[in-house]
Design a protein around this ligand. Sequence first.
Ligand code: BGP
Length: 466
Amino acid sequence: MLNKNFLWGGATAANQMEGAWNVDGKGISVADVMTKGSVSQPRQITDGVRAGEEYPNHFAIDFYHNYKEIIKLMAQMHFKCFRMSIAWTRIFPKGDEKEPNEAGLKFYDNLFDELLKYGIQPVVTLNHFEMPFYLSTKYGGWRNREMITFFMNFAKVCFKRYAGKVKYWMTFNEINNLIDTDNPFNAWTGAGVLYQDGENIEQTMYQICHYQFVASALAVKAAKQIDPELQIGCMLHFGPIYPHSCQPEDLMASVKAMDRRFFFSDVQVRGTYPAAVNKIWQRDKIQLDLTDEDLLIIKGGAVDFIGFSYYKSTTAQADQDGDFLELPNPYVPKSDWGWAIDPVGLRYILNLVSQRYNKPLFIVENGFGAFDKLEDNKINDDYRIKYLENHVVEMMKSIELDGVKVLGYTPWSAIDLISASTGEIEKRYGFIYVDITKVRQGKSGFIPKSSFNWYQNVIRTNGACL
Ligand code: BGP
């Protein structure tokens, strides 16, 4: 049996759902200047919003104006928690102001109150793939050390204002996307950084990470000073990279690939850079702005729990140059977007991460993006139920059979929203279907899918009935 405090819920991110991009004093975020993309064509960050132009995140699903109706539906599913993020630009519209925007702070006050009214705990990511566009254009985004100061102003305002309402926080969403994904686009743009011609991209990437590690560690410390009860986590994307074969070289390739994946958690959880990274910096002649004081800050700012997303697995095959190729796993099926469906991989990763760090884990994203069909005002998404059910089964095995400590499970996504990689709503993940035409007309367009009923029952029985 699961612990009765197990945090069942659902996950979202501000820029992918709120809309109301220029309302109540909100500034322009980098997410507001991103075009639509597709599987083959990454989204582009543009140089600003021209009059009359609308980008996908501008309206999103208009959660900003519909949050009460949506939270009511989540309460019907018996959510114990709701993962969301705070739009930095609602609080500091440009990013470098001294005083926060009261209307933005008030919005989240109201939102948290609405959640708490139903006994739903907010689980909040401070920074999920966005930042003030002004900080990107004026300062170069996270390639500039000054971001640490601006981020800390934002973080402290949030911790202070919402103390007593929010207990679980995460600092940055999936910084390891910078290095470690086939689609690093979101993390780069979320960091407000654009490549420049001839730039040493690897060096810039490590520099961005370093500043974000320092900022994350400072945020952990600040949160504890404001309220020692707060629990602060990292949020990284994890998925196994299996050896492509049982040849020893492939096994070694897998170990190296996983080390690279764990580089980020090594820093944020252990508070130190792993030894191997110094070798990489020497080999690739990488020179960073990194001080002894930074290293002390990182040491003193280890996270309390490890939040992570799990969607898919892949494999590594050793190549001739001592590096590896990432290849699909022939033993597992794929989604419409080519993402490998591998529930056992979730148990594997829970075990591996728990053994590596011995810290509580929180599965803050896991889900199935699909084209859903609205028929007779109903959505039959049995494929999503199957995906989630198989993953929950494996999660339970790791808790009950392997003794792994898991705080909660918040599938992506609580409700349909804008896809981070494509900027479209058609890649749907939610328990609640969004009829965007109706929502735009100001009518109620939020329809529970079959997975809604399934999940309601799972939470009601604390996982006993799947
Ligand atoms: C994660 C992100 C989310 C979310 C999800 C699904 O990496 O944290 O923001 O979008 O992936 O990805 P996508 O929307 O591209 O299908």
